[in-house]
Design a protein around this ligand. Structure first.
Ligand code: SF4
Ligand code: SF4
Length: 252
């Protein structure tokens, strides 16, 4: 079994999923990467996080690899969320649908690995943070960064080859899968020294600014949308800073 095999399985699973489930959301082709749990970058990341942040071994003792994947939204979904204060119904539904898809896709990949004799551990797509202190106990974005799926944008999103509009998942295994290399360049224009502040301009709530990111303000917006879309499920999202960007669906 190879990393490419897993990527192909994820692609097939994502393509067939809407036809087998009641979901209005559509997705583009997913990306999959693999990081070695011995990679020193993981310790560096942990050092930047709250002490409650986990290691792969907390989820799967003896884990050798982190498998990270990105499922990009169809381009119409972020387009529907442009402007206004409240997230679009399409954006809220995409969050809920994609969380389901991520859970089932991870279980599908885990089943494949386990049928080959390896152990796995799964994580939920969301909720891996302390809702009072607003600190992460695991970050899919940082795991995906370690697995070479992309680099961080000024809006704190991971910019991948398929852009930043989509969602990420992680699972762990003791299978000695091939590790994927990290990008040699920054994908964010600003971080490459090319002036760009489009994502900052999209946040009209004062959460994303030149001075940094205000977690509390952002979470207030997410909670307002969760209340608005309670009938759909839990959609504590906003995503106005992920609309009409040069890095939305591709590397800018
Ligand atoms: S909109 Fe521009 S500054 Fe913001 S993340 Fe994308 S490339 Fe970077
Ligand atoms: S999610 Fe909304 S509130 Fe949070 S930074 Fe983006 S635009 Fe601002």
């Amino acid at each position: 079994m190879t990393t490419a095999d897993l990527g192909n399985r994820l692609t097939d699973f994502t393509r067939e999923w809407p036809g087998k489930n009641e979901a209005s959301t559509r997705w583009r082709t997913p990306l999959l990467g693999v990081a070695d749990t011995e990679d020193p970058l993981l310790e560096t990341i942990r050092g930047m996080m709250d002490p409650s942040y986990h290691t792969p071994g907390d989820f799967l003792p003896g884990a050798r690899r982190i498998i990270a994947f990105f499922i990009p939204f169809d381009e119409g979904i972020p387009a529907s969320n442009r402007g206004g204060e409240i997230a679009s119904p399409e954006w809220a539904a995409a969050y809920i649908d994609t969380n389901r898809l991520i859970g089932e896709a991870a279980a599908h990949l885990a089943g494949f690995l386990e049928s080959s004799g390896y152990r796995t551990a799964l994580l939920p797509a969301t909720g891996l943070f302390d809702p009072v202190r607003l600190v992460s106990t695991w970050s899919h974005r940082h795991a995906a960064y370690a697995a070479g799926l992309g680099t961080f944008g000024r809006n704190n999103m991971l910019i991948t080859e398929a852009g930043c509009a989509g969602r990420l998942g992680t699972l762990f295994t003791d299978a000695p899968l091939g590790v994927t290399p990290r990008p040699a360049i920054e994908y964010c224009l600003h971080k490459r020294g090319i002036p760009c502040r489009v994502c900052l301009d999209r946040c009209t709530f004062g959460a994303l600014a030149d001075t940094g990111f205000d977690r509390d303000r952002c979470y207030e917006r997410c909670k307002a949308n969760a209340a608005r879309y309670e009938h759909l499920g839990k959609a504590d999202v906003c995503g106005k800073c992920v609309t009409a960007l040069p890095c939305l669906c591709r590397i800018p």
